[in-house]
Design a protein around this ligand. Structure first.
Ligand code: SAM
Length: 281
């Protein structure tokens, strides 16, 4: 649909459909025309590429993706938006809307059914109330996808894209870097959305790795990361002891064998440090 990201067009469309925003569904719609074309371009969408979009809203980003991609499947939880999307995407034959909660969907099955023989990427302006759970589901499910390009709150973007071992890093930094190579692409001001959220946003791209950069038991690795960051101000010996419910003496032995100083803090450790600790469990 022409001029869809124009604020006047969106307001007219939503009022005609009697739509009111749901805060609990994280509905902040993009009304800055320059953002979606850039996001679609960065996503890697192309002729033979299938795109999964999460939360199409009124379809501003979907429109751009449909122009570039072989096929777009957009998962929208709010069924009130289905008639809006029918209208705004009417001109495209390469799009399918699925009315579902993305957290409940079997995305392996979706990819097998909808994108046979195609490379697949994810591109979305994520609902902020479940940004991390969605990103972790996309990564942990080990989906056959190439990249994830998403809009998230600026602070979340900075945390995800911080170097592992730096002050800004957190459990999500380590978790994302286990599966992907993250980078921040550009920032988007709060005023680019309707209604405007309290904080600015940023678009990040996660390029999926063929395999994790460290070889270890995934479950143990994540147990260590979770325990280590559960009390990030504490030294690693204490946070691991309480987080893993393991006696302090045993933790000190593990850390020594893993060659990790017992007075280090979680934010100072590398992926290899976490893997070495996991190997000792
Ligand atoms: N893509 C649109 C845009 O950029 O203007 C809308 C983005 S808005 C931040 C998030 C969208 O995700 C909303 O349309 C909301 O209804 C939808 N949504 C929220 N929770 C969802 C879930 N669990 N599964 C699928 N869609 C969801």
């Amino acid at each position: 649909m022409n001029k869809l990201s124009d604020i006047g067009t969106i307001k007219e469309l939503l009022s005609r459909h009697g739509f009111t925003f749901s805060k609990s569904l994280g509905q902040n719609f993009l009304v800055n025309p320059s953002v979606c074309p850039r996001m679609a371009e960065y996503s890697g969408a192309g002729e033979n590429i299938g795109v999964i979009e999460i939360g199409p809203g009124v379809g501003v980003l979907t429109n751009e993706l449909c122009q570039l991609a072989g096929k777009v499947v957009a998962v929208e939880l709010d069924k009130r938006l289905l008639s809006v999307l029918d209208e705004t995407l009417a001109e495209y034959e390469n799009v399918k809307i699925i009315n579902a909660d993305v957290m409940e969907l079997d995305l392996h099955q979706l990819i097998a059914d909808e994108f046979p023989g195609m490379d697949v990427v994810v591109c979305a302006n994520l609902p902020y109330y479940i940004t991390s759970p969605i990103i972790m589901k996309l990564l942990e499910d080990r989906l056959p996808i190439r990249a994830i390009t998403v809009m998230v709150q600026k602070e979340a973007a900075q945390r995800i894209c911080a170097p592992v071992g730096s002050r800004m890093s957190g459990a999500v930094t380590v978790a994302v870097n286990y599966y992907a190579e993250p980078r921040q692409l550009f920032t988007v001001s709060a005023g680019s959305f309707m209604p405007a959220p309290k904080v600015d946003s940023a678009v990040i791209r996660l390029d999926i790795l063929d395999q994790p950069p460290v070889q270890t038991d995934t479950e143990k690795f994540f147990a260590v990361v979770k325990a280590a960051f559960s009390q990030r101000r504490k030294v690693i010996a204490n946070s691991l002891s309480s987080g893993l419910s393991v006696g302090k003496d045993r933790v000190l032995t593990i850390l020594e064998a893993a060659n990790v100083p017992s007075n280090a803090r979680a934010e100072q450790l590398s992926l290899q440090d976490f893997a070495n600790i996991a190997d000792q469990l």
